[in-house]
Design a binder for this molecule. Structure first.
Ligand code: 6AU
Length: 449
């Protein structure tokens, strides 16, 4: 066996490439998913890889090495240690204080810097990185890349005059894995068919709410309310007293589809509150949505849902739950509708493409899940609920990230937006609710054509 093949098989055992069905950030369904970060867990493989990458270029002209964050950072560090060429570190974001530099380390204008990247797809993000490095006065002539997904990235960079050296192409990887029986013929065909077609984003056409194939009664009810009220707004009532909650529910109830609660933040939670909320919900025609984000094994979730102080099972129409504990953990909520959290809105959330694909698979298999919370287009048999929506703000100081109603309805094809502080912190929450209702419904209608 060649050294390259040996390296690849060992890396494969570490889990750097997975086969199945993965929804990428672009919305494209890919039969494989590559993540080279596990390589850092094997010092020996990392060293072998780094030496192989060094051999791809003429080291004599190189003065600096820089890895594109994050997967390539350990590779670049190892290459620096092995070759004696100094490392510089590129930030992902400007830290906003101090030196405000995008590059850290000792360097001066005109030095030649080798860029290291794990995977190249379209090459777009590498072009941006090169730009940032060049803006700091460095010269980039060469790049080394571990895996080329063969989707036009190399050509894009070569057209701009850069030399790109790659260790493997995805087709080579598939051939080697087939040769050593890690993949069967059917899998290879599926992947090669995918690779030979130009990558295509899924249909951007939205299914109107009345045509959605949602089976769950709570999901159907949500759609009916939305059409009756011309509203796709879920208000997140993250207030901490019963009085505030009741006043909010009475004031905005006729403009919303659901009132989302975090019962455990209400200091004076009581059964009187529950009774009053149910009465207002009936009068104003909205659903009660507990955002409990269950995340435990089925048995514990069942106790948390049916027992304790809140006894959600007795009074809420819908609840959120993480699919982290697997499909069976959802079996305890019936007849309450379940909204699976498959992707979070906050910066640095662990819900990457791989997690989202697996979470969507679980959500689609469960009869009790009728909707998901996510920041991307999802399969049409699920309703998409998107939080992180605010007309005036881009985010908060604790990681929340906001989009506008227009963006979530036109780009993610969201069915319902969730708005918290944009409403309950507004000077006039009733007027703010009306503004969000109008903007949300218009953005939805515009996205139908
Ligand atoms: O508009 P905000 O930022 O004031 O509030 C957003 C609401 C909060 C969060 O707990 C919730 O939406 N949320 C969720 C949900 C609904 O599950 C998931 C998520 O990824 N981000 C998020 O903000 O009550």
């Amino acid at each position: 066996m060649q050294a390259r093949e040996d390296f690849l098989l060992k890396a494969y055992e570490l889990g750097i490439i997975k086969f199945g069905s993965f929804t990428l950030k672009s919305g494209i369904e890919s039969p494989f998913y590559v993540d080279l970060r596990p390589l850092a867990s094997s010092p020996q493989l990392l060293k072998t890889l780094s030496n192989n990458l060094l051999q791809l270029v003429d080291n004599s002209k190189l003065e600096l090495i820089c890895g594109v964050p994050y997967a390539a950072l350990p590779m670049a560090t190892t290459m620096s240690l092995e070759s004696g060429i100094p490392l510089i570190i590129k930030r992902k974001e400007n830290k906003g204080y101090g030196t405000k530099r995008m590059l850290e380390g000792v360097f001066h204008d005109g030095q030649n810097c080798l860029l290291v990247e794990d995977v190249i797809t379209s090459g777009k993000s590498l072009v941006e990185t090169i730009d940032e490095v060049e803006k700091e006065g460095l010269v980039v002539t060469d790049l080394v890349v571990v895996l080329d997904r063969e989707q036009g990235g190399i050509q894009r960079l070569e057209e701009k005059g850069y030399n790109v050296h790659t260790l493997f192409t995805i087709n080579e990887v598939i051939d080697i894995l087939f040769k050593y029986k890690r993949l069967d013929e059917g899998e290879v065909k599926k992947i090669k068919d995918f690779l030979s077609m130009p990558p295509q984003a899924p249909s951007r056409k939205r299914t109107p709410l009345q045509d959605k194939e949602v089976q769950h009664p709570v999901g159907k009810n949500m759609i009916d309310i939305a059409l009756r009220k011309k509203s796709n707004l879920i208000a997140s009532a993250d207030v901490v007293s019963s009085l505030e909650l009741i006043n909010l529910a009475k004031g905005i109830g006729d403009k919303i589809v659901a009132l989302k609660l975090h019962s455990d933040i209400i200091t004076d939670f009581s059964w009187d509150l529950v009774t009053e909320l149910r009465t207002i919900a009936r009068e104003k025609d909205f659903l009660l949505f507990e955002d409990r984000k269950f995340a435990d094994i089925g048995n514990t979730q069942e106790l948390q849902f049916k027992q304790g102080v809140y006894r959600f099972a007795d009074w809420v129409d819908m609840v959120t739950a993480h699919p982290i504990a697997g499909e069976k953990s959802f079996d305890v909520f019936e007849p309450t509708g379940v909204v699976a959290i498959v992707e979070m809105s906050s910066a640095g959330a662990l819900t990457d493409d791989y997690y989202v694909s697996k979470a969507l698979n679980i959500a689609q298999k469960s009869a009790d899940v009728f909707a998901v919370v996510a920041q991307r287009q999802v399969p049409d048999d699920l309703l998409l609920l998107t939080p992180g929506v605010n007309i005036d703000k881009k985010g908060d100081s604790k990681g929340q990230q906001y989009n506008t109603p227009k963006k979530v309805f036109s780009e993610y094809l969201t069915d319902f937006m969730i708005v918290g502080r944009g409403i309950y912190k507004a000077n006039d929450p009733v007027a703010a609710t009306e503004e969000y209702r109008q903007q949300g419904w218009k953005a939805y209608e515009d996205s139908l054509s």
